[in-house]
Design a binder for this molecule. Sequence first.
Ligand code: ZN
Length: 188
Amino acid sequence: MDQPTPTARLLRAAVFAARVHAGHRRKGDAAEPYVNHVLEVAQILAEHGAPEDAILAGLLHDTVEDSDRDPDPITHDRLVAEFGAEVAGLVAEATDDKSLPKEARKALQVRHAAGRSPAAKMLKLADKIANLRAIAASPPAGWDHARRVEYVGWAGRVAGGLKGANPALDALFETTYRAAIAALAAEA
Ligand code: ZN
């Protein structure tokens, strides 16, 4: 087959992600289909001049982490075969090591942020933007005010290390972060 066009490759990643996440829902009250989240991350990247591989990785960024209990989990090698080493590498950078406790994973995200490649920084920043929007619009059931404040603060600390790769995305994060802080303050 000929080399796929960028649009065909993008749609192949979208369909791939939709299939992997077919049974997954967001934690928020609205329990949105999980694929809505990865589409939003990819859209944020596309609208802010991110490279094509980062946009594809945006679509695929949770496929490895969220399929680990599936009968046919998505592996790094599978992503390399389907979408190339660059995209698979970005997904690997966005995948937390689930063998570690949650607090350790969160601390590592802060520690590793500044050393990431520019495309990985953009991907992680777009992911945090989408998550902050979700925390404000449809917080996870059972997350009290303090837990949401803690999450927003942590996202801000991770983002501190991710800045500098894409000024437009940095600005969007800042706006989204301030809006989340204001919304939480108004509730308190
Ligand atoms: Zn995500």
